[in-house]
Design a protein around this ligand. Structure first.
Ligand code: HAM
Length: 420
C-alpha cells in the first residue's frame, strides 16, 4: 500500500472514534447524561469556540492551560477566538449572557463535549478530548458540593471505574484566607529558592500554588514541608469544608484529604476535588472539579457562586474494568429471498423500527447464506425470513438465532412476538 500523505491523517493528538469503541463512547455518554438528568441537570452545549478573553479572564492567564495550551486563532473579522480548552468558563458565560441566574437557583447544567488543549500527546492525554461535566450555579451551600461530588462518584462506578476521591479546600481569595496563605507560601518558597527546580522558581510570583503540582525532584522535596492551605482557612471556609465532609460521610462517599491538591485552573475557590484511577498511570485523573465562587465576577457578572466537575471520557474508556462490547441494538434482521421480498423486507424493517425496536437488513445483494451470516454479525436475536411462500401467505419465518428454532407466523404478529 502506498504511504499515506501526512496531510490525510488525523492531526497529532486527535482520535477517530470508530466502532466498536464508538459504541462504548456513546453508551457511557448516554449513561452520564441520564445520571445527571436524574438529579435535575439539564443538557447544555455552548459553541466550540469563544472569544479568547472568556478563558483568559475566566480560567486565568497564569494557568498553564491558558498560557501554553490554547488553540487560539484570528478570524476573518480580526477577532481572537479560542477552541474551548474546558467547559466551565463558557457555561458561566452563557448563564450570565442569557440571565439564567435571574430564574430559579441553582441553575444545573450538564454537558458531554469536546475540548481542545495543545498538550504533548500520550496515552490518556490528547489534543481533542471529551469531557462529561456538570455545573451547578447560584448556590454556595455545602449540600450542593456534596451532591455534585456524589453524582460524579456514582456515575464513575456505574461506568465501571472505581476511582479514589481526593478532597481539599483552597479557601477563598481574601486576606483572611487564601491571600494570607499565599503570602506565607511565597515567603517559604523564596527561602528555599535554591532547592527548587528552575521552572518552579519562575512560578513563585506568577502562580505559587502550582509549585504543588511540580513533578521535579527538588521542588517535590521542598513542597513536603511547605505550609498548607488547610491550616490557613478562614472560619467561614473552614466551616464550609467541615460541613461538606460531614455530608459526604452521610452519603457514604469515601474520600482522602489531600491538602496539596490545588487544581490547575485559577477560578477555583473552597472545595477542590479529583477522581483518580490507578489503572491509568501518569494520566490518572479521570476527573476533577471544585467551587468557582469568583468566576462570574471575573467574567463581568454579579457575584454568583458555583461548583461542578468534568470527567475525561477518553480516560474513563481506558480505565473501565469491563469493555462495553456494545453494538447497534438490533432485535430483528430481516432476510429477503428474491426481488419481491426485498421490498417487503424494507417495509417490515421500517415497521419494526417504528415500533421502537431495532431492525437491519441486507443492502449488498447477498444470498440466503450471506444474509444469515450478516444477521449473526448484526447481533440480532431473530432473523425474520421472507421468501416467495411467506410473501404469498403474508407470513414470515422467524428464526431464534441463539437456539436455531424457527416457526412460521403471520407478518402482523411479528412485533408482539419479538418485543423483549
Ligand atoms: P480539568 O482538571 O482541567 O478540569 O479537566 C477535567 C478532566 O478532563 C481531567 O481530570 C481529565 O480526565 C480530562 N482531561 C483534561 N485534559 C485532558 C487531555 N488533554 N486529554 C484527555 N483528557 C483530559 C476542568 O476542565 C474543569 N473545567 C472541571 C470543572 C468543571 N471544574 C468545575 N466545573
Amino acid at each position: 500500500m502506498p504511504q499515506q500523505d501526512d496531510a490525510f491523517r488525523a492531526p497529532r493528538g486527535t482520535n477517530d472514534l470508530l466502532p466498536p469503541t464508538s459504541w462504548d463512547w456513546y453508551e457511557v455518554t448516554r449513561l452520564a447524561l441520564d445520571t445527571f438528568a436524574r438529579a435535575g441537570y439539564a443538557p447544555v452545549e455552548t459553541p466550540t469556540f469563544e472569544h479568547t478573553e472568556v478563558f483568559e479572564r475566566g480560567v486565568g492567564e497564569a494557568s498553564e492551560v491558558v498560557n501554553k495550551q490554547m488553540y487560539t486563532f484570528t478570524d476573518l473579522g480580526g477577532r481572537s477566538l479560542t477552541l474551548r480548552p474546558e467547559g466551565t468558563a463558557p457555561v458561566m458565560r452563557a448563564v450570565l449572557e442569557h440571565r439564567l441566574d435571574k430564574g430559579a437557583l441553582p441553575v444545573k447544567l450538564a454537558y458531554g463535549s469536546s475540548m481542545y488543549r495543545q498538550e504533548r500527546p500520550q496515552k490518556g492525554r490528547y489534543r481533542q478530548f471529551f469531557q462529561l461535566g456538570v455545573e451547578a450555579i447560584g448556590s454556595d451551600r455545602p449540600t450542593l458540593d456534596a451532591e455534585v461530588i456524589e453524582i460524579g462518584m456514582r456515575f464513575l462506578r456505574s461506568a465501571g471505574v472505581a476511582p479514589r476521591l481526593l478532597l481539599n479546600s483552597i479557601g477563598h481569595l481574601d486576606d483572611s484566607c487564601r491571600l494570607g496563605y499565599l503570602g506565607s507560601l511565597v515567603e517559604y518558597l523564596k527561602a528555599n529558592e535554591s532547592k527548587l527546580d528552575k521552572e518552579d522558581v519562575g512560578r513563585i510570583d506568577s502562580n505559587p500554588l502550582r509549585t504543588f503540582d511540580s513533578k521535579q525532584g527538588g521542588t517535590l522535596k521542598v513542597m513536603e514541608s511547605a505550609p498548607l492551605i488547610t491550616d490557613h482557612l478562614c472560619d467561614d471556609c473552614k466551616r464550609h469544608f467541615e460541613r461538606v465532609r460531614d455530608l459526604l460521610d452521610k452519603l457514604n462517599v469515601e474520600y482522602e484529604l489531600e491538602p496539596r491538591l490545588v487544581r490547575g485552573l485559577d477560578y477555583y475557590t473552597r472545595t477542590a476535588f479529583e477522581y483518580v484511577a490507578g489503572e491509568l498511570g501518569a494520566q490518572n485523573a479521570v476527573g476533577g472539579g471544585g467551587r468557582y465562587d469568583g468566576l462570574a465576577e471575573a467574567l463581568g457578572g454579579d457575584p454568583l457562586p458555583g461548583i461542578g466537575f468534568a470527567l475525561g471520557l477518553d480516560r474513563i474508556l481506558l480505565a473501565r474494568s469491563h469493555e462495553g462490547g456494545s453494538r447497534a441494538p438490533i432485535d430483528v434482521y430481516v432476510v429477503a429471498l428474491g426481488e419481491a421480498a426485498v421490498e417487503a423486507a424494507l417495509v417490515l424493517a421500517s415497521q419494526i423500527r417504528t415500533a421502537g425496536l431495532g431492525a437491519d437488513m441486507d443492502h449488498a445483494g447477498r444470498g440466503m447464506k450471506g444474509q444469515m451470516k450478516d444477521a449473526d454479525r448484526s447481533g440480532a436475536r431473530f432473523a425474520a425470513i421472507i421468501g416467495d411462500e411467506e410473501l404469498a401467505s403474508n407470513e414470515v419465518t422467524l428464526r431464534d438465532l441463539a437456539s436455531g428454532e424457527q416457526e412460521r407466523i403471520p407478518m402482523e404478529s411479528l412485533i408482539a412476538r419479538v418485543r423483549p
